[in-house]
Each structure stands twice: as structure tokens, then as C-alpha cells.
Design a protein around this ligand. Structure first.
Ligand code: TMP
Length: 254
């Protein structure tokens, strides 16, 4: 890690220059914080689990034809990804009312929505990532209409696929956040899925008991945070055999 050039450090991940042009190395940290930064902490083993969970979900999505930035996992905490120009929008897909939707609109948490709802947030930390409309996005040039259409179509396909995949292992996909990037190949540009898909940016509830298995355990001080992430990995069949001991193990597998 020491010899590589660090390009960016976020709250949960670090990006390093990749081994070949057009690639980056995405490193998953154990650090956790809430959206407005009021609460900070670490969740032991989170980086290892999110690296593995995101690898698994992005690989399954690639198999159904969703273009993603994921290339391959390099070791316990790192994956090789394609370098993209990030669209400055967080797209949230919701199936069940929770979190800010419940607060903003007064809809009880756990209410199934009449249909899946997509929301856009402008990625701007100084402004606390405000909710924006399609009008804002196109008027201010954060994305054009065609790009936005592509992102919405991908987000809905991703939602349908992940809802089914997760329900198969007893998990309700309540909501999740996606980020997309522009990938340039020769003179052609296409929108691909970027960032990560993990319990950091999804709400995942046990489909029988509605028990939370995601970052809300940290955000809301519910305890057993690591156990929630581990349970998601276990149900997906990707928890290392030796359990958490493995998660603190050597970072380099190559
Ligand atoms: P929200 O209910 O707080 O708006 O969150 C909706 C979903 O988006 C939830 O699964 C958590 C995820 N999310 C992020 O990943 N990053 C963020 O900064 C925010 C606000 C939400």
C-alpha cells in the first residue's frame, strides 16, 4: 500500500492509482460515520466484509448484463476497479418506507411502497447531499436526459435483481444507494455502476422478523453492528469459514 499513489480518501474507502492506466484500487476501511458526520466510529471487519459483499453482488449483476466498475478482488480489503468519471448524484431506490423518506413524509417505517421509488441526491458534502429533482440535474448539467434515463433503467433492473436474490436468503431489500460513473472507451461513453453495494449503503431487514442487518445498527446505536454485516455475508454464502478471525487476517492474499 505504501508505494502506491493515493488519489482520494473518503469516509469508508480509499482510492489508489491502479496497476494499469484506466484502473484504480479501491480499499475498504473499517471506519464508519453518519451522513452528516455527527457520529464516527469503527466497525471491526467491516471493510473486509463490504469488499467481499460488494464483489459478490457486482459479479452477480455483471452476469445479468449490468455494466459495473468492478474488475476483481485483489485481497481482503482491496479490489481492482475501472476508473470512471463519477456522476455527482446518489440515486436511492426504495421499496419499503424507512429513514429520511419516513421522516420527510411521515410514512411509518416498514410500510411497503405502492411501487419502487427513485430519489436523486446531489453529491455535495458541504450542502449535506440535498434531495434534488430531474429538473435540477438537467438544468445544472450534472447529467443529461439520456444519461439519467440510462441510470434509472439500470437502477430499476438492479433493484429487481437484488430484491429477488436477497429475498432468496431471507433478506428484504428496503432501500439502497447507487452511484454511477461515465466510462470512456475510444470516443464512446457509457454509464456504468460504480462505488459499492454493501450493508453500508443498503437497508437490509430479516424478511421474517424485520431485524436490521445494516448500517442502521450503527446509526441508531442498536448494538451488534459487526454481527449484522456478518449475517448478510453468511446468508450469501461468502463469510470466511473461520468467521471473524479470518476477517482480521493478512490483508494481502496474492
Ligand atoms: P436515507 O433514508 O437516509 O435517505 O437513506 C436511504 C438509503 O441510502 C439507505 O439505504 C442508506 C443509503 N445512504 C447512503 O448510502 N449514503 C448516504 O449518505 C445516505 C444519506 C443514505
Amino acid at each position: 500500500m505504501a508505494r502506491r499513489r493515493q488519489l482520494y480518501e473518503g469516509k469508508a474507502k480509499i482510492l489508489f492509482e491502479g496497476p494499469e492506466p484506466g484502473t484504480l484500487v479501491q480499499y475498504f476501511k473499517d471506519d464508519a460515520s453518519t451522513a452528516n458526520g455527527t457520529k464516527k466510529g469503527t466497525i471491526t471487519g467491516k471493510g473486509v466484509l463490504n469488499n467481499r459483499i460488494s464483489e459478490y453482488l457486482m459479479s452477480r449483476l455483471a452476469e445479468i448484463g449490468i455494466p459495473t466498475h468492478f474488475v476483481r478482488r485483489l485481497n481482503m480489503r482491496e479490489q481492482l476497479i475501472r476508473e470512471v468519471e463519477i456522476v455527482p448524484l446518489s440515486m436511492v431506490v426504495r421499496n419499503v418506507a424507512a429513514g429520511s423518506l419516513s421522516t420527510r413524509l411521515g410514512i411509518a417505517e416498514g410500510t411497503r411502497l405502492p411501487r419502487s421509488i427513485i430519489e436523486y441526491y446531489f453529491k455535495n458534502e458541504a450542502l449535506n447531499d440535498p434531495l434534488v429533482s430531474e429538473e435540477h440535474i438537467t438544468a445544472f448539467g450534472w447529467a443529461g436526459t439520456a444519461d439519467l434515463d440510462d441510470m434509472v433503467a439500470l437502477a430499476l433492473r438492479i433493484n429487481d435483481f437484488l430484491m429477488g436474490l436477497l429475498l432468496g436468503v431471507g433478506i428484504t431489500l428496503v432501500d439502497f444507494k447507487l452511484e454511477f460513473g461515465r466510462l470512456w472507451e475510444n470516443d464512446e461513453m457509457r454509464i456504468i455502476l460504480a462505488d459499492e453495494i454493501s450493508p453500508d449503503n443498503c437497508r437490509l431487514w430479516d424478511s421474517k422478523t424485520n431485524e436490521k442487518m445494516d448500517k442502521d445498527r450503527f446509526r441508531r446505536d442498536l448494538g451488534k453492528v459487526e454481527e449484522g454485516y456478518q449475517e448478510v455475508a453468511r446468508r450469501l454464502g461468502i463469510l470466511p469459514e473461520a468467521g471473524t478471525r479470518d476477517l482480521k487476517g493478512p490483508e494481502t492474499m496474492q
